[in-house]
Design a protein around this ligand. Structure first.
Ligand code: SF4
Length: 336
C-alpha cells in the first residue's frame, strides 16, 4: 500500500479524492468508486502500487495505435479497478473488481518493469492499459518517469475520465494516448457508464493542445450510440477541436458483461466509416477482419502506406520519416 496523491483532508478524518471527476468523499474505512483507493484512518491509500494484474508484450496495433511506431511491440501492464462502470465493459473481470477481492496480483517495481521493457524484442516502451490506468496513477507515474529516462516510450489507453491537474502532471511523460470516446451523448454516458461526457471532452482537448500523440476509439453499440446525426456531430467536434488528422478507430461491439445485444452489423460500421471519413483523414474499423478499412492510405495520392492484417502491420509506400514515398505527403505517423 502507498499513500495516494491528489486528495485533501476535510473534517473528522474524512477526505476528498481529487484524482477524477467523481471527487469521492470518503470517511475512514470507505473505498472510492474505483474500488482501489481507501481512506485508512484519515489518509488516502492506493491498494495497487507495485502490483500488476495483467502483463503482456502486445503489438502496438492492439492498443489500438496505428500512427505510432507501426509494427512495434509494447510491454503492456494493467491492474484492477475503474472509475466508470460501463454495462458493456470488455475487460470487466479486472476493471470492475475491487483490489481487496482480486487474488491474482503479482508484485513488481518500476525498475523491474523498465528492465523487462528494455530487454523485450522489438519493444518500444510501456503501455498502461487493460483496466483504467488513472486508477493506478501513482504507479503509472513512477514507471513512466523511469521508462522515459531509459529512452522508452509511454502509452496510455484510457477512458479520459480524469481531473485536469493529474492529467497535466502526467502529460510530460506520456508519448501517446488512445482515449475512448464512448458516445457524443450525455445521456449515454450517464446511463451506460455512470460518468459524464464533458470531463472526457476536456481531457481530449488538454491532450491535443499539449501536442501528445492522440488516437481515439469509439465502440459502436447497435441502438445505443450509432445514431448517424449524433455520430456526425462527434466527428465534426473531433475535427474542429482536436484536428482532422487525429485517427479514429470505430470498433465493432460484441456482447460482454451486462449488455447482451447482437454484434454491430458490419453495414452499420461501413456507413459510420463513410460519415467519419468525410470529416477526418484517418478512420479505421476495429474488431473486424477487414484489411481495406484497417490499412493507411496517403491522403493525397491514395497510395497504400501501411497494410494491416489484424495486428500485423507491413510498411509499404512510406518513408521512415512518416511521409508518402510516392508524393511526399505527411501521414501524421510517429516513427522515431
Ligand atoms: S480516483 Fe477513485 S476514489 Fe478518487 S475520485 Fe475517482 S473514483 Fe473516487
Amino acid at each position: 500500500m502507498q499513500e495516494a496523491r491528489f486528495y485533501q483532508k476535510t473534517n473528522g478524518g474524512a477526505i476528498k479524492c481529487l484524482l477524477c471527476p467523481w471527487l469521492c468523499e470518503l470517511n475512514p474505512g470507505q473505498t472510492g468508486v474505483c474500488k482501489v483507493r481507501e481512506n485508512i484512518s484519515g489518509t488516502l491509500f492506493t491498494h495497487v502500487y507495485n502490483q500488476v494484474a495483467a502483463t503482456g508484450i502486445d503489438p502496438i496495433e492492439k492498443k489500438p495505435l496505428y500512427h505510432f511506431f507501426p509494427g512495434k511491440n509494447i510491454l503492456s501492464i494493467g491492474e484492477v479497478g475503474c472509475n466508470l462502470h460501463c454495462s458493456f465493459c470488455q475487460n470487466h473481470s479486472i476493471s470492475q473488481c475491487s483490489a481487496k477481492q482480486f487474488g491474482g496480483f503479482r508484485k513488481t517495481t518500476p525498475e523491474q518493469l523498465v528492465a523487462l521493457a528494455l530487454n523485450a524484442k522489438n519493444n518500444v516502451g510501456v503501455a498502461y492499459t487493460y483496466n483504467e490506468p488513472f486508477t493506478f496513477f501513482e504507479f503509472m507515474f513512477d514507471v513512466a518517469r523511469q521508462a522515459k529516462s531509459a529512452g522508452l516510450k509511454n502509452v496510455v489507453v484510457s477512458n479520459g475520465y480524469a481531473n485536469p491537474e493529474p492529467l497535466k502532471q502526467l502529460l510530460p511523460f506520456i508519448d501517446a494516448f488512445n482515449i475512448d470516446l464512448k458516445a457524443f451523448d450525455t445521456g449515454f454516458y450517464k446511463q451506460q457508464t455512470k460518468g459524464n461526457l464533458a470531463s472526457v471532452l476536456e481531457s481530449l482537448k488538454t491532450i491535443a493542445k499539449n501536442g501528445n500523440h492522440l488516437e481515439i476509439t469509439n465502440l459502436v453499440i447497435p441502438g445505443l450510440n450509432d445514431d448517424e446525426t449524433t455520430f456526425e456531430k462527434m466527428v465534426r467536434w473531433i475535427s474542429d477541436e482536436l484536428g482532422p488528422h487525429v485517427p479514429l478507430h470505430l470498433s465493432r461491439y460484441f456482447p460482454k458483461y451486462k449488455l447482451n445485444l447482437s454484434p454491430t452489423p458490419t453495414e452499420k460500421l461501413e456507413q459510420l466509416f463513410q460519415i467519419a471519413n468525410s470529416h477526418l483523414k484517418f478512420v479505421y474499423l476495429g474488431n473486424v477482419n477487414d484489411k481495406q478499412h484497417s490499412s493507411t492510405f496517403c491522403t493525397k495520392c491514395n497510395s497504400l502506406l501501411i497494410e494491416r492484417n489484424r495486428y500485423e502491420a507491413k510498411i509499404v509506400q512510406m518513408e521512415f520519416s512518416g511521409t508518402c514515398k510516392i508524393c511526399g505527403t505527411p501521414a501524421h505517423i510517429v516513427m522515431e
